[in-house]
Design a binder for this molecule. Structure first.
Ligand SMILES: NC(=O)c1ccc[n+]([C@@H]2O[C@H](COP(=O)([O-])OP(=O)(O)OC[C@H]3O[C@@H](n4cnc5c(N)ncnc54)[C@H](OP(=O)(O)O)[C@@H]3O)[C@@H](O)[C@H]2O)c1
Length: 331
C-alpha cells in the first residue's frame, strides 16, 4: 500500500457510485450490523429508500425501534420493510439467538454488511467471552454471525445474479497504519482469553488495527473458501468520518486532528454501497479491498504476503472456528 493510496484515503476523490446507480431493491433482503448510528444507519436508509427489506442490529430494543422509526420517516414512500435484531457482538450468547431469529424469518439473504464496530475502547476492556473488546466485537462476533449465515447465503447465491451475494467486512486503514507488523495479528494474543484486571499492554489503537486486519483477512479467506459457490467477500475502509466511533477519543489533540480529517458519514455509506453493489467487484477479484468513496485499493504488503505465502487467512479462520465452535455447533 503506497503513501499515495494512504493520502487518497484521507482525502478521496469524488464518489462515482451513488444511490442513483442502484436499481430497485424490492424483494431483496439485506442485513447490516450496527444500523443504529453512523455509516450503517445511513446505508440502511439508502437500501430502504430503494424498497429493500432491511435488517439492522441494535444493542437494545429501544435503540432498534428508534432507528427504524427515523429510517421510515426518511423515506415515507418506500415499499420496503425494516426489522431489527437485538445483539451485543461482544457477547456471543446474544449473537446466536439473534441470528437464529433472522433465519426463522427469512429464506434468502442477498448481502450482509459486518459494519458494527468499536474503536479506542479503554485499555484492558474485554468482551463477555474474554477477548480484547475490539477483537471480540469487530472480529469474533462477526465470525460467528458469518458461520451461522453461510447456509442462507449459499442458498441465495443459487438463485441470485452471479456475483451479487456478498459478505462485506468493514475494516479501516487502521488495518494498515496500526496493526502489528508482519501478519497484522499477534497470534498468541488472539487465542489467550483475558480476565478482569488485564491491562491491555499493546495500547487500544494497536488492538483496533489488529481487529481491522482480522476483517481484511476474513474477507479474503471467505472469498477463497466460497468463491466457487459464487459468494463474494469484500473488505473496505469506509473513510475517515464524523460518527460516534470517536466517542472514546477525548484528548484536545485528537479532537483537533479529527477536525482536519473527518468527513460527513454519508460518504462512508457510499463506500459500503459500492462494496455491496458495484459491478467492478466480482468473481475475478473476489476478496478485494475497497477504499473511499468506492475504489479498488490495496492492503498492506506484509499482510497480503502473509495471506498468500504464510496461510494467515486459513490460520485465522481455523483459530476462530475452534474458539467459537461451542456457540456455532449448538446453534
Ligand atoms: N468513522 C470512521 O472514521 C471509520 C473509519 C474507518 C472504519 N470505520 C468502521 O466503520 C464501522 C462503522 O462505524 P461508524 O463510524 O459508523 O461508528 P458508530 O457511529 O459508532 O456506529 C457503530 C455501530 O456499531 C454498533 N456497535 C458498537 N458496538 C457494538 C456491539 N458490541 N454489538 C453490536 N453493535 C455494536 C453501534 O451500536 P450502538 O448505537 O449501540 O453503539 C453502532 O450502531 C466500524 O466497523 C468502524 O470500525 C469507521
Amino acid at each position: 500500500m503506497s503513501l499515495r493510496q494512504t493520502l487518497s484515503e484521507f482525502y478521496p476523490p469524488k464518489p462515482t457510485f451513488t444511490d442513483k446507480d442502484l436499481e430497485d431493491l424490492g424483494g431483496k433482503v439485506y442485513l447490516i450490523t450496527g444500523g443504529t448510528s453512523g455509516i450503517g444507519f445511513i446505508l440502511a436508509k439508502t437500501l430502504y429508500s430503494k424498497n429493500a427489506k432491511v435488517y439492522i442490529t441494535s444493542r437494545s430494543a429501544a435503540s432498534g425501534e428508534k432507528a427504524i422509526s427515523e429510517i421510515k420517516e426518511s423515506a415515507a414512500s418506500s415499499h420496503g420493510e425494516l426489522r431489527y435484531l437485538v445483539m451485543d457482538l461482544g457477547d456471543l450468547q446474544t449473537v446466536v439467538p439473534a441470528v437464529k431469529s433472522f433465519l426463522a424469518q427469512e429464506t434468502l439473504l442477498h448481502t450482509v454488511w459486518f459494519n458494527a464496530g468499536v474503536m479506542k475502547v479503554p485499555s484492558g476492556s474485554i468482551s463477555k467471552q474474554g477477548y480484547e473488546l475490539q477483537w471480540g466485537t469487530n472480529v469474533v462476533g462477526h465470525f460467528v454471525m458469518n458461520k451461522l449465515l453461510m447456509p442462507i447465503l449459499l442458498t441465495t447465491a443459487q438463485v441470485a445474479p452471479k456475483g451479487s451475494v456478498r459478505v462485506v467486512w468493514v475494516s479501516s486503514d487502521g488495518h494498515s497504519l496500526l496493526s502489528p507488523k508482519g501478519d497484522g495479528i499477534d497470534w498468541e494474543d488472539i487465542t489467550t482469553r483475558k480476565s478482569e484486571g488485564w491491562k491491555g499492554e499493546k495500547g487500544s489503537m494497536t488492538y483496533y488495527g489488529q481487529s481491522k486486519a482480522g476483517n481484511v483477512l476474513l474477507a479474503m479467506e471467505l472469498a477463497k473458501r466460497y468463491g466457487n459457490e459464487d459468494i463474494i467477500g469484500v473488505s473496505l475502509n469506509p473513510g475517515h468520518l464524523k460518527t460516534n466511533l470517536q466517542r472514546h477519543s477525548n484528548s484536545a489533540l485528537a479532537k483537533r486532528f479529527e477536525g482536519l480529517v473527518l468527513h460527513d458519514p454519508s460518504f462512508g455509506a457510499l463506500t459500503e454501497l459500492y462494496a455491496g453493489f458495484s459491478d467492478a467487484i466480482g468473481t475475478d477479484n473476489n476478496g478485494v479491498y475497497i477504499i473511499p468513496w468506492g475504489r479498488v485499493g490495496k492492503i498492506r504488503q506484509d499482510i497480503e504476503a502473509g495471506f498468500h505465502h504464510r496461510g494467515t487467512g486459513k490460520k485465522l479462520w481455523e483459530i476462530l472456528e475452534k474458539e467459537t465452535e461451542e456457540y456455532v455447533l449448538t446453534a
